[in-house]
Design a protein around this ligand. Structure first.
Ligand code: PDD
Length: 285
């Protein structure tokens, strides 16, 4: 069965799905995106993702390509036409097509592309059972990391460096030596006293939807979390480390640079939190 993409009003097989060469997303990375988890056929935290999409669009003064309800319909249609049970939806909105010129074009409609892809649950479970390794790198991104922009060059360079070093993710570090986030994930630690710590949201990181859902679940369960910056030193010497994202859920980290975390196996708190998040996906959204 061929994969189906939604492109500016049409559902097309991938091989026939194209965007214009003067799409500003292609020429300027002038656009934003969202990745939404599909779990057992359900969209996870759809409202949170749509709120963030609208916020990103607003920050860049890009018009919404359609109202929220029709967009929700397209998302469901993309899931249905691709027979996705467990996977993700990728959606991207750019400022549209116009002759190349830096200022915003007048009267140009935004362009919307949506694709969907299956994720392998057994593969993800194996990764979580074993834990993953991360490296740390200087954060060389711009000052508006809160906007989910398709401009991801520093992120892909960081992810490639992690891959080249046999790691799953790169955690980026600001000029003050504090961890910002992963190249496509949010970073968390559990300190030696068992306290769960994650950085506060600001313009320095993306406000992860998975991070927010986990924080809500932890609050409901009365589990304490400290929302504050943490240093590379704290990261490397943490009792546990884990990361969150729409594609990784809650994923234990067992090695940071050359430092083995705990006994080199996923920690009990990280695994418990992964379970809590999975319960949320099953029942909560
Ligand atoms: N990435 N930080 C960055 C820089 C991200 O790109 C992402 C998501 C996150 C986690 O956000 P969320 O929990 O809302 O997925 C944090 C997506 C998955 C991606 O680029 O593929």
């Amino acid at each position: 069965m061929s994969r189906i993409a939604y492109v500016n009003g049409q559902y097309l097989p991938h091989r026939m799905a194209h965007v214009h060469i003067e799409d500003r997303g292609y020429q300027f990375a002038d656009g934003v995106y969202e990745v939404v988890t599909v779990s057992s056929g359900k969209l996870i935290d759809e409202a949170g993702h749509l709120d963030r999409l609208w916020r990103s669009l607003g920050e860049l003064k890009i018009a919404a390509p359609m109202k929220r309800e029709p967009l929700k319909f397209v998302m469901r249609e993309v899931i249905r036409r691709n027979s996705i049970f467990d996977g993700i939806i990728y959606m991207q909105v750019t400022r549209g097509v116009a002759p190349r010129d830096h200022p915003f074009p007048d009267n140009t409609a935004p362009a919307l592309v949506m694709t969907a892809k299956r994720l392998s649950i057994p593969k993800a479970a194996k990764k979580a059972e074993e834990g993953v390794s991360v490296i740390t790198l200087p954060d060389i991104r711009w000052a508006r990391r809160d906007i989910k922009s398709v401009s991801l060059l520093p992120n892909i360079l960081a992810k490639q460096e992690a891959k080249d070093k046999g790691a799953y993710e790169a955690f980026m570090v600001d000029d003050a030596g504090m961890v910002t986030e992963g190249s496509s994930t949010n970073a968390w630690i559990v300190d030696q006293d068992g306290k769960i710590i994650t950085r506060e949201t600001s313009n320095s990181i993306l406000a992860g939807i998975t991070r927010a859902a986990l924080l809500r679940e932890l609050e409901e369960k009365g589990l304490e979390v400290e929302i504050r910056n943490f240093s590379v030193d704290e990261l490397q010497n943490a009792r546990e480390v884990f990361l969150t994202s729409s594609t990784s859920y809650v994923l234990p980290v067992v090695k940071v640079d050359d430092h083995v975390i705990g006994n080199g196996h996923p920690g009990s708190i990280s695994l418990n939190l992964r379970g809590i998040y999975q319960d949320f996906m099953t029942s909560g959204s």
